[in-house]
Write a protein that binds this ligand. Structure first.
Ligand code: GLU
Length: 317
């Protein structure tokens, strides 16, 4: 196995937009610059929000941009499978390990109860759990389980997790006050992102994780899981978000331009890569270039820390 291993982990819930590609690009650049391996993992954890055709379009987009992966779908390596949907047994093992430590409890709270007006909200829109179900006795839980299947939460300690992000520097989070006991498995049996991503990044030998800064608040939870499960954590690089010309965040559901539209406008990926890299501060003029050429010049220091707003005319052919 190569010493450096990076990954791109898109969820096939909608078409890949430029923001996802920006993330894939940076992760690829960082791995390639260090002669490392780059892994594609499809995060189809939630069967209700995963579409096979989106996997195809993701593969097509990566191909067009020249972001070749060393392991992933249709390129099985040592860490197969590369679809989260096929890795449930691994999440179950980790879940059982945490349960055996006495750190997992069932939670019967409804959405409405969780989002009660008094609940403090996290930056990612989730709420700090009140601990309402933390003290249920076995009998009380069994009684409640007759009416509705529970979700399962992990008890967190009163502790501040501190880590050094490769882009944003020192990040601190008080687990209990700013996060609370968090979900490991949903009431429909689907394992939570926090658990699955930690298990996968660890078992796939990732040494670096590059992703949007919208996931910065998740990382302390994951670091806590790394510790409990006895895994060595990777280095994290959270990257600025990509904003459209009006300053709004690019998002799948808002119909940000998909691959076909980008191909139509730009004809070649080099032109788009050049403009994108320039907007992000990676190169000093918006000249067309390939991903390989960009990799030669890449360094994390060049990347802007503030969110990257696409300039007017960005999409002009
Ligand atoms: N699957 C997540 C997403 O598409 C990314 C998770 C990660 O990179 O940790 O937003």
């Amino acid at each position: 196995m190569k010493e450096i291993r990076g990954r791109f982990a898109p969820s096939p819930s909608g078409p890949l937009h430029l923001g996802n590609l920006f993330c894939g690009l940076l992760s690829w650049l960082s791995a390639k610059k260090q002669n490392g391996a780059w892994v594609l993992r499809i995060e189809d954890l939630d069967p209700l929000r995963s579409y096979p055709e989106q996997v195809e379009s993701c593969l097509a987009a990566l191909r067009w941009f020249g972001l070749d992966f060393d392991e992933g779908p249709e390129k099985e390596g040592l860490c197969a499978p590369y679809f989260q949907g096929a890795r449930t047994a691994l999440y179950q093992q980790a879940f059982e390990k945490l349960t055996a430590k006495g750190l997992v409890y069932p939670c019967f709270c409804s959405r409405a109860e969780l989002h009660a007006a008094s609940a403090p909200h996290l930056s990612d829109g989730s709420v700090v759990y009140s601990g309402r179900c933390a003290g249920l006795t076995r009998e009380q839980a069994a009684e409640k389980a007759k009416k509705r299947p529970p979700a399962f939460r992990l008890r967190v300690p009163d502790e501040t997790i501190v880590f050094e992000d490769g882009v944003y520097g020192e990040v601190r989070q008080d687990l209990r006050a700013e996060c609370g006991d968090f979900i490991l498995r949903r009431s429909d049996g689907v394992f939570a992102y926090q658990l699955a991503v930690t298990v996968d990044d660890a078992l796939m030998g990732m040494t670096e994780v590059v992703r949007g800064r919208d996931l910065l608040a998740s990382t302390p939870r994951q670091l806590y899981l790394y510790r409990l499960l006895g895994y060595k954590p990777p280095r994290f690089y959270h990257i600025p978000l990509l904003l459209d010309e009006n300053g709004a965040r690019l998002a799948k559901r808002e119909g940000a331009l998909g691959l076909a539209a980008l191909q139509k406008r730009f004809k070649t990926p080099e032109k788009l890569l050049g403009r994108l890299a320039f907007a992000a501060g990676l190169i000093d003029r918006p000249a067309p270039l390939t991903a390989q050429e960009l990799a030669r010049e890449f360094s994390w220091e060049k990347l802007k820390r503030e969110d990257v707003r696409l300039p007017p005319g960005f999409y002009k052919p």
